[in-house]
Every structure is written in C-alpha cells, then in structure tokens.
Design a protein around this ligand. Structure first.
Ligand SMILES: NC(=O)c1ccc[n+]([C@@H]2O[C@H](COP(=O)([O-])OP(=O)(O)OC[C@H]3O[C@@H](n4cnc5c(N)ncnc54)[C@H](O)[C@@H]3O)[C@@H](O)[C@H]2O)c1
Length: 293
C-alpha cells in the first residue's frame, strides 16, 4: 500500500514538474509581451452544427486563430459554403455532411477526419430547439430533441475520446444553455436536454482528468442566430419583430448576444491560457441568471 502510494505520488511530482516547466516558459513569454494569446496553431478542431449561427462563428474564429477546422452539419451544402468562406480567407477548413444523432454516420465521418491527423479539439454545438411544456411535448418531440442535443454529443465524444487519450489529451466544449440550469417557460424537452449536456460535461471532465482531456460547457442566453429567427417565425408568425424586442429586453444587458461573442469564449476555453479549466459550465448571458432583480 505504502509503496503504491509513493509510486503514484512520484509520478504526480514528475507530471507537476513538466506542467510547471511548460507554465514557466509560457509565463516568461507572457511577461515579455510576446505571447501569442488564444492561438490554436497546429490544432485540428471539429465543430458540429458549423453551417450556421454559433457553430459557424466558432469555425471562422478558430480558423482565424490558426486551427484546421472540420465542419460537421446535417446541412452539407451550407457547411460547404462556410468552409469555402474560411478557405477564401486563407484558413484550413473542410466540411462533412453528418447527422450527429446517427452513430454510424458520426463514426464514419470522424474516421475520415482522423486521416488528416490527430484530433485536438471537439466543439459539440449542433442542437435543435423545441417549445412546449410537459403535457404538450409528445414522445416523438422528446425523442427528437434528445437524439440531437444529448445523443449527438454522446456520439461525437465516443468517436473522439479514444483518439484524444492515445494522443495524450484533448479539449471538449459542449454547447449547453441557461435553459439547462434555470426554469424557462415552455422549454420542457429543450431544458431537459441542456441539463443533460451540463451533467455529461461534468461526468466526462471527471472521468478523463487522468487522460488530460479538459471538458467544459458554455451556457448562452439568447444569441441572435437563425435558431432564434426560426423559433420566432414558427411560433409567433406576424409578430416576429415584437417578440424579438421582447426577447432582447428579457436579458438585463438589453440585447441578444452575437454568435462571435460565444465563439470568443469557446476560443479562450480551447486555448493554452485556459489550461487550468475543466469541469465548468460557463454562462454567457448578458446578466440573465444573476441580474434580473
Ligand atoms: N441561439 C441561441 O439563443 C442559443 C442559446 C443557448 C444555446 N444555444 C445552443 O447553441 C447551439 C447552436 O445554436 P445556434 O443558435 O447557432 O443554432 P442554428 O440553428 O443557427 O445552428 C445549428 C446548426 O446545427 C445543425 N444541426 C441541427 N441538427 C443537426 C444534426 N442532427 N446533426 C448535425 N447538425 C445539425 C443545423 O443544420 C445548424 O447548422 C445549439 O446547441 C443551441 O441549443 C443557442
């Protein structure tokens, strides 16, 4: 028993020393003002739901920060268009049509992506919305939301962690929502799914600490994307503008976020500067959770 303890603590000391060495060199550059903050040079990053909104902004920002980005979306044509935009500005991007709720499609897509090199970053962003309370949510609605928002993330993490483990680590960021931790009206299935995203994040962060896989999630309040426009169009036809303004005012900061503001947080969480952060849920909400008094 004593011997085992000594062995593991000696291993721990060795790994602490190498972390300290890395930190010392990073700090030296930082203090000299020549550090390349929030860079992802040489990293291969998969972004799901990258054809639109937040995922598109993440893919664009990551590519501009040096990453090779691989865009997954059920809408292959739209993902292709985003990848072309990125390549036109000098970035490295490829698009894949993939329904994240289908394990066989996810595995086949990741196998193709891994031919390009080691996977460093996974952004699980693809998600769908649903409006309804417990009684008005059908079993079909429930299963659909769960299959994309929860099983989609599970499928992509399953396709990635073995490679990350073999490569000495990786970074996962899951897109949750403030709906996962606060009570919103008529969001039964959606809130349930986002609560599961937060729980999955903590579970994976804990189980893969020893494999140097950092796993965090981001919980935005309302962000102005096609997700919101589609929601207003479907649920409030003819009253879109009025409802848009109401939604803006429901956030203490007085507006919705822009997708690029969410992408900036994702970039930080995937950068070396966030090396001490794992197992956290980051609200990015214009004061929604704490400032509504
Ligand atoms: N916009 C908001 O206000 C807001 C707030 C909190 C959380 N979120 C979350 O952020 C994420 C992105 O939202 P957005 O606003 O950018 O949405 P969006 O609708 O603009 O983009 C979502 C993308 O996911 C893709 N997608 C949907 N189902 C898919 C599937 N089965 N497989 C692969 N791709 C699929 C869509 O084609 C689309 O390109 C979602 O998970 C959403 O729940 C959004």
């Amino acid at each position: 028993m004593r011997k085992t303890r000594w062995r593991s603590s000696s291993k721990h000391i060795r790994s602490s020393r190498s972390s300290l060495k890395w930190f010392a060199s990073w700090r030296e550059g930082f203090l000299k003002g020549n550090s390349h903050t929030f860079r992802l040079d040489g990293k291969l990053a998969v972004v799901t739901g990258a054809a639109s909104g937040i995922g598109r902004a993440v893919a664009q920002r990551f590519a501009a920060s040096g990453a090779c980005v691989r865009l997954l979306d059920i809408d292959e044509k739209a993902a292709d268009a985003v990848a072309s935009e990125i390549r036109a500005t000098g970035g490295n991007a490829k698009a894949y049509g993939c329904d994240v709720s289908q394990p066989s499609a996810v595995n086949a897509t990741f196998n193709k992506i891994l031919e390009d090199g080691d996977l460093h970053i996974l952004i699980n962003n693809a998600g769908i919305s649903h409006v309804g309370n417990l009684e008005s949510t059908t079993e079909e609605d429930f299963d659909k939301v769960f299959s994309v928002n929860v099983k989609g993330i599970y499928n992509c993490m399953c396709a990635s962690v073995a490679h990350m483990k073999a490569n000495g680590g990786g970074i996962i960021v899951n897109m949750a929502s403030i709906a996962g931790t606060s009570g919103l009206a008529d969001r039964f299935a959606y809130s349930m799914s986002k609560g599961a995203v937060v729980a999955m994040t903590y579970s994976v962060a804990k189980d893969y600490l020893g494999h140097k896989i950092r796993c965090n999630c981001i919980s935005p309040a309302r962000v102005h994307t096609p997700f919101v426009d589609g929601f207003l169009h479907r649920n409030y036809p003819g009253k879109e503008q009025e409802m848009f303004e109401k939604l803006e005012k429901s956030q203490p900061i007085g507006r919705m976020a822009q997708p690029e503001e969410i992408a900036a947080l994702a970039l930080f969480l995937c950068s070396d500067e966030a090396s001490f952060i794992t197992g956290s849920d980051y609200p990015i909400d214009g004061g929604f959770l704490n400032l509504r008094g």
